[in-house]
Design a protein around this ligand. Structure first.
Ligand SMILES: [Zn+2]
Length: 269
């Protein structure tokens, strides 16, 4: 499957256009013959559904894709449900999941930038790029991304894994944290690890990146070597942390996440 992003739709209505519609952060999915997908334009008109605040995303194998939201969820049908994106990892085709993630970020941005942050006037869509402009004072807002680092800390044949207070499932993962203004990614790695578990690291090297649309992060992944200190959890965010060897791993995050890719790289899987 090939997704080509764009912000301006080509002319002409497409019955096969795909709709990534959100309500309170949940995606509208269509379930047919046990296959989970998203509704197309015909599905919407058959069900008399008119989404609010839609934005063009681009094309997937030639099919136009739109992000939109239902401000009031009007839907109560067996074949259609609103689902948390994370709960359909592995159940819906991965290309659709990532487009849904992109849609979720844009829907969230559009909803939270209806008014100018400087003067309070209603904003308008810019016509030449994906942005909102204030017709009163000219402030331009682009879709907001919040970069975060995610780090596998390695000590010989062991990896540092921790339990975060916010995890809904009882798994252990690598450490992560948001980048602060004025900070380099490497400084952020040092600071987050020291704050969360009280140790220092060295030899920080880039691993890869992944959009994490909950609602607007970009995860930038690193591997680092343990340098000094004893593990001491901050207690507010990290409630448990320990060194684990390859053959004695606790429950770890699902395959789709870059956290898991970092752990798999360490274990050689
Ligand atoms: Zn303004």
């Amino acid at each position: 499957m090939q997704f080509i992003p764009d912000f301006k739709p080509a002319s002409g209505e497409q019955a096969s256009a795909l709709w990534f519609i959100f309500n309170k952060g949940k995606l509208l999915i269509k379930i047919k013959n046990d296959i989970i997908t998203v509704p197309n334009t015909s599905d919407l008109s058959e069900n008399n559904l008119t989404p609010d605040r839609f934005q063009y995303l681009g094309t997937l194998d030639g099919h136009a894709c739109y992000a939109a939201e239902f401000v009031d969820s009007p839907l109560d049908a067996n074949d259609y449900k609103f689902k948390d994106l994370r709960s359909i990892f592995g159940l819906m085709e991965e290309d659709l999941i990532w487009i849904a993630g992109r849609a979720n970020q844009l829907v969230d941005w559009s909803r939270t930038h209806q008014y100018c942050g400087a003067c309070g006037h209603l904003t308008e869509e810019k016509t030449d790029e994906r942005a909102k402009i204030c017709p009163q004072c000219g402030v331009v807002n682009y879709p907001r991304l919040s970069p975060a680092v995610i780090v596998a800390v390695v000590k010989g044949k062991q990896i540092l894994l921790a339990r975060n207070k916010r995890f809904k499932l009882p798994f252990y993962s690598v450490l992560a944290g948001f980048v602060e203004p004025g900070e380099t990614l490497e400084e952020c790695v040092q600071r987050e690890i020291l704050e969360e578990v009280g140790i220092t690291v060295k030899n920080i090297r880039y691993f890869g990146s992944q959009p994490w649309p909950f609602p607007n992060s970009l995860m930038i992944a690193f591997v680092a070597d343990y340098a000094d200190g004893e593990i001491s959890c901050d207690g507010s965010e990290i409630i448990e942390a320990a060194w684990f060897s390859k053959d004695k791993l606790p429950q770890i995050p699902p395959k789709i996440s870059i956290a898991r890719q970092l752990i798999d790289e360490f274990t050689g899987r």
